[in-house]
Each structure stands twice: as C-alpha cells, then as structure tokens.
Design a protein around this ligand. Sequence first.
Ligand code: 3H9
Length: 692
Amino acid sequence: MSPVSIDRHGAVAVITVTNPPVNALSQPVREGIYSSIDVAEKDDACSAIVISCEGRTFIAGADIKEFGRPPLEPYLPDVVSRIENSQKPVIAAVHGTALGGGLEIALGCHYRIAESTAALGLPEVHLGLLPGASGTQRLPRLVGVPVAMDMMLSGKFVKAPEALEIGLIDRVSGVDLLSEAIAYADGYRGQEPRRIRDMDIQEVDPSIFDVTRKKMARRTRGLISPGRIVDAVEVATNVSFDEGCAIEREFFLECMASQQSAGLRHAFFAERNVGKVPNVAKETRQRPIDKIGVIGAGTMGSGIAYACLTSGAEVVLLDNDDRGLVRGEKNIRSLFAGGVERGKITEEGMKEGLQRFKTSQNYNALANVDLVIEAVFESMSIKKEVFAALDQVVQKGAILATNTSTLSIDEIAASTSRPGDVIGLHFFSPAHVMRLLEIIRGEETATDVIATSLALAKRLKKIGVVVGNCYGFVGNRMLHTYGRENQLLLLEGAAPEYVDKVLYDWGMAMGPNAVGDLAGLDVGYKARQERVDLPEDPHFYRVADVLVEMGRYGQKTGKGMYLYDAGSRQPVVDPEVTAIIKTEAERLGIKQRDISEKEITERCIYALVVEGARILEDGIATRAGDIDAVWLNGYGFPRYRGGPMHYADNIGLERVLTTVRLFEEKFGSMHWKPPALLCELAASGRKFSDLS
Ligand code: 3H9
C-alpha cells in the first residue's frame, strides 16, 4: 500500500503522507506525492490541494537510509518542481518538524501554514550535505540571502512564530491545523498560485559571500559542505533559477559522495542505535526519577548536579567538606547565571531551578532520593565506603550510580546488599556540556536500572551508551592506548606541540598533550598508581610520570607539558620539557629521530582501532557504532570521520592490519599484536560495521 493517500474535502484535495516514524521521503513517498498531484490536477471537482502528514511530524527530510545507494526515480527535486508547477494552489500543513527535503517540499508548495509548535529547518549541513532539492535556490528568494545562509549553515530549526516573522510561512494555525489548512486552501480557489521560483532575489552586498566563506572555513576546519552552501546561494544571486538548481545538484552529489558526509551520516545512525541494547526491551518499565542525590561537590559533582537541575529534578548535593560544599553551590549558581546570560534559561527558570536545589553534609538527606550519583575521588576504597554508607540510608528501589571513569562497577556494587541497583554513570567534564554519558552495566545490574539510565540520558539531552564493565570501560580504555602512543612518540623525538598540531590538523578537537594539561596530568598518574595490571614497559607514560613527580600537573600548576602564564589557558612551549624528555629518552636508551606526520596519526589512531577491536572481542561494546558514538561525544574525535571504527572501515581493514603488523614488527607485540577480530574481518573482506 502506498504511504501517500489522497481524498477530497469539498473542493480541496488532501494529500496525506503516512510513513512512520518521521515521514521521511523514501521512494514510495516521492512517487505517491508526485502521482497524487497529477490526480488532483486532473480532478475537475478539486480546486486546491493541501499536503499534510500523519503521525508525530511533517516530513523530516529525505530518507537518509537511501543515501549512498543508487538513486531511485522520481528524484526529489522533480517532485518539488511538480508541486510548484501545479496549476491549482498547493498548501503545506506543517506540524512537528519540516526538515531538509521536508521543508523543500513545503517550499515547492505555494503557501505554508504551520502549528505554533512546529519547527522548520534545513539541517543538511550536519550530514555533510547542502539542501539538494532546490532549497538553496528557493529559500533565499523567500526570506533573503543572509537569513537563508544562516539557516543552512547553522542547520538550526526555526519555530513557527519566527518563521512567520521572516516570511518562511504564511500563517500560524490555531487549534485544528488540517481544517484551517483546508479553509485556507479553499480561499485560494481559482487564483494563480504564487511560485517561489518566480520571485526576485533580494540584492545583497556581494562581499557577504567571501566574508561568510572565511568565517565558516575558520569554524568548520576543512568541511566541504558549508563552503558549497555559500557557493550555491551566491549562484542563486547570479544565474537563473533553473541554472541555479542544476549547479546545486552538482554540489549536492559532490558532497554526497564525500567521505565527510558518509562519516556524518554514520554518526547520525550510530547515535540513534545506542538506545537499542541487547536484553533491554524498549517497553522495559522505568523507575521514576524525581529526586537525585549527588555526592561530591567538586567540578564534576556540581556540573552533574546542575545538569540534573536543568532537567527538572530535585537535587541534593552532598559533601563532607563544608568549604567544598560552599564552592559547589557557588559553582552551580554561576552555571545558572551563565545559562541566563547565554539565553539558555530564563531568570524565572533559574529561580525555580535553585528552589529545587539543596546541600547537605549528612547522608540522611539522601534517604528518599530515587537516584544517587557518586562523584567522589577516584579511589576504590573511598568509593566502597560511600556505597556501603548509601546502602544503609537510601530507600529501597533507588538507583545507586557511580561516576567512576575506570574502576570496577562489580567491585563497588559488592559493597552494597543490592548490586542489582548499582550502575556506572560516567559523565564527561564539563558535565553540563559534554554530550556523552557512558552507562556501565555490572554483572548484576537490573534491566530496569539500565532502561531508566538510558531514559535519564535522553532527559539530560545526552547520548547514553551502554557498555560492559572493564578497566576504563570503552572510552578511557581506548584513551589509554592513544595516550600511550603519544607518550612513546615524545620519547622517540616528536615534540609535544608537534604531536598536538598533527592530531589537531587531522581533526581532533585538541591535541593529547594540551588535553593532558587541561584535565591534569596528576589525574592519570593517580589512576595508574591504583592499577595493578599495567604493562611491564619502562617507557609506558614515562614523560607524564616524570612531569607529575616534578609537580608539573598541567594548567592547574601553571606548567605541565606546556607553560601557562598566570590566568591564561594558552599553552606555551617550554624548553625545559624538551630537555626533560631528551634526558629521559637517553636514560632509557632511546635514539631520538624525525617522525613523520603520517606515523603520528597512524600510531595514535590505529592504537584506538586496535583497542576498539579488542573491546568488541570482549563484548564490552555491543557494536562498533557504539564505540564511535563514545569517541565522537566524549573525546573530541572529528565527527566527519565518523569515529575510530568507521574511520578504519573506511580506510579498509586489510590496509589497517598491514600497518598494525608493521608496527608490531617495529615496536613489539606487547602493544601491537593484531586482535583476532581484526585479522578475521580483514581476511574475509568485511568491516566492523558488518558485525552489527
Ligand atoms: C535531506 O533532506 C536532503 C535533501 O535536501 C535533498 C535530497 C535530494 N531518514 O532522531 P529520532 C529515524 S537530508 C531516515 O530518534 P526524535 C531515526 O533513525 C535529511 N530515518 O527521533 C530513528 O530511527 P529508529 C534532512 C530517519 O524525535 C527514528 O527516525 N533531515 C530520518 O528525537 C526517530 O528519530 C534531517 O537531517 C531520516 N531523515 O527526532 C533530519 N530522520 O527509531 C534528521 C529520523 O530506527 N532527523 N530518522 O532509531 C532528525 O533531526 C530527528 O530524527 C527528528 C526527530 C528531529 C526528525
């Protein structure tokens, strides 16, 4: 059965799209809309047409699942033209979201009416694309060049009232969208439709294009599609509508074929698949979470408390140190104030949020919370004490979560009488900003505790990835190997600033040495001290260890891998560090050499891939895409590369394996022994993504 139906309400034909979940424009939908316009035009009793959608939303875009496959007719630009060429007025009735190709369909319509809560946007840029069904040519004609470019470059959604103001829609509906759309369409009966392609484009100072191109190049660091969006809009101001559409199509196909778009599309689906967890059914009952206790008022604890407050929960922040608690509260108040300043929260919202916030030094204050998140010092003995105390006071049925970044959830759970209620909720700093929430299921964690944690991640607007229990879980276990190669490269002769520049230019948000200084070199040092299973390698994290033992912790002490002027976060190269590394290399008998950019990238990134493969072998991650989602959202991995596992798939696992074997020959099996899974996949010509 076609996902598109047509029926008549008096003289108005209503074309209805029913393609759950988001009415994406898959081939049958395109076909259905195209042929329905034909039907309505031929129907003498029909004098106007409405396009509307069933379900939670108007059309949310082209069907991204079809991308990368041979295109099927009718193509979307032809469907949009068919709508616009209709001799009878066509009205789009928008509810939910009209996005990408969905908005382009609406722009092909002659008029647009939307519910007041509807949002409209062209988010193709987030998929490494530009609007490819004449959006780059129609939108500037309708709303002007600056507004159109801003919408397409930011990908932001515009709410109906603003859309009305900028001329993107013609009317906001009151109560019943469909009846109002039908009445509105009826009002245009017999009139010549208004077609956007016939509108003149507003004149602009042509320098706007170069200025925007430069701004975007700085901001987007090598992404192709933002530049192509600017090019396409500039074209719209210089050539005819039809020529503009032909050029847009070329740009669209170029972007679609790029690895960047493939990486971004992979990221889109990877982030949606993380919610599908084996043995946790979608319908699993969730525990109510209204009151949350956070233990530890440090930067992490107060960030978590703030994130929970903004999600509407009541929060008790607990710390045994009076001054720490005062600092934590101050931190939360300033986070709220910052939110108000940036327009994220209203003054009223801040007041209301602070009313839901309490501090305490007494565990009894946690007696009736639904969830506790412990964010104390990363030490197993301290965590065990905290959980034993929680077990005594917190009501039965509450979830007891630890924010540990490395330690065993099972060992922590064993210090309670209710291991089924214990789970890891690993937030990333700053906790109210970073999108990743690593959810660590212990051996005994109950299914509804996992389902509730996933729902909490959504409520906090985070990507919750469920992983298994092992040292460092997915993120930090892999980070360890990435950092290991960075540290070895330093001893072998690559300067910290050189490694940082190479990896930054490759796309990482920051270089590993700048990150180390930001996080504090002492943090990793202490974690290594707690560990009993470190490799027997005298080179392992040697530079970091020496610096920490000299009191160089990073930004917090004004010196670490780099120097920092008082009050500045700007790293300055320190010749003393160069000398320290050289001395250490000599002591260890390492001959320093020139190291190529290629070697730096391959050693650091393939170290991630190798550990990722081991993580899959061990069943710690459900699928390769989950590992990618972790690295994209918690570790600054470039989104357009899709994550380390997608990147390896892209290079080809056979090629990756060849290089790993070379590294094994050169640097030994301790770190570079190829995982069996990598060998198997490479031998059978498969990819990590084939495993899911
Ligand atoms: C485009 O239009 C190009 C054109 O210019 C030119 C073409 C020639 N396709 O996010 P959710 C699935 S590019 C296929 O969890 P929410 C999604 O995978 C496109 N599937 O829901 C998930 O599936 P599952 C421009 C899609 O309520 C389910 O729907 N449009 C698509 O949090 C629910 O998704 C966009 O970029 C799609 N287009 O958010 C919009 N969209 O249940 C992308 C979603 O199996 N979409 N799915 O996991 C979104 O931003 C959000 O999905 C939306 C709903 C806001 C719509």
